[in-house]
Design a protein around this ligand. Sequence first.
Ligand SMILES: CC(C)(COP(=O)(O)OP(=O)(O)OC[C@H]1O[C@@H](n2cnc3c(N)ncnc32)[C@H](O)[C@@H]1OP(=O)(O)O)[C@@H](O)C(=O)NCCC(=O)NCCS
Length: 153
Amino acid sequence: MDIRPASEADIEAICDLVNHFADQNLMLHRTPAQVRMALGDFLVAEEDGRVVGCGYLAYLGPDLVEIRSLAVDPSMQGKGVGGMLVERLVATARARGVKQVCALTLAPDFFTKLGFARVDRWSISPKIWSECVYCPKFHACDEIAVLRVLDDA
Ligand SMILES: CC(C)(COP(=O)(O)OP(=O)(O)OC[C@H]1O[C@@H](n2cnc3c(N)ncnc32)[C@H](O)[C@@H]1OP(=O)(O)O)[C@@H](O)C(=O)NCCC(=O)NCCS
C-alpha cells in the first residue's frame, strides 16, 4: 500500500471513487475540473497500480483545514487505508503550521477513533460559508462536524 500525492493521471479514478459514494448520498460529487483544481492537496492510496483511496485538504483559513472527499474502495475498507490517509493529511496540515483539522461526515465514529471530537457545525463557520451554502442539503444537513486540534509536538 502506497500513500502518495495525486497526479493528473489519477483524476478519473478519484472521481469514480468519490462519485460512487456520492451517488449513495455519503459525500459530495466532484467533477474532474474540481479535482484538478485541488490536485496539489490530494493524496491517493495505491495498491497494485490501482487507486483504492483518496482524500484532500481544503484550506479554509490560516488555522483551519478540512478533510474532503475521503473515500476508500469498498473492496479495501476495514484494512486501515482510511486511517492512513487521515493521518497523512493531518501530518501535512501540521507540517504547514495549521492548528485545526475538521471534517463534515456521516461516519463520525471513524474520525473520533482518530482523535477528532464532535463539535457544533457552526464552530467551523468558514466551512459553512465557503461550501455548505451551495449544498442542496444545506437546510437539512445530516452531516456531523468533527475537529482535531493539533498540538505542537
Ligand atoms: C469512512 C472510510 C473512509 C473509512 O475507511 P476504511 O479504510 O474502511 O477505515 P479504516 O480501516 O482505516 O478504519 C479505522 C477504524 O474506523 C472504523 N470505521 C471505519 N469506517 C467506519 C464508519 N463508517 N463508521 C464508524 N467507524 C468506522 C473501523 O472499524 C476501524 O476501527 P478499529 O481501528 O477499531 O478497527 C470508508 O469506509 C469510506 O470510504 N466510506 C464511504 C465514504 C465516506 O463515508 N467517507 C467519509 C466522508 S468524510
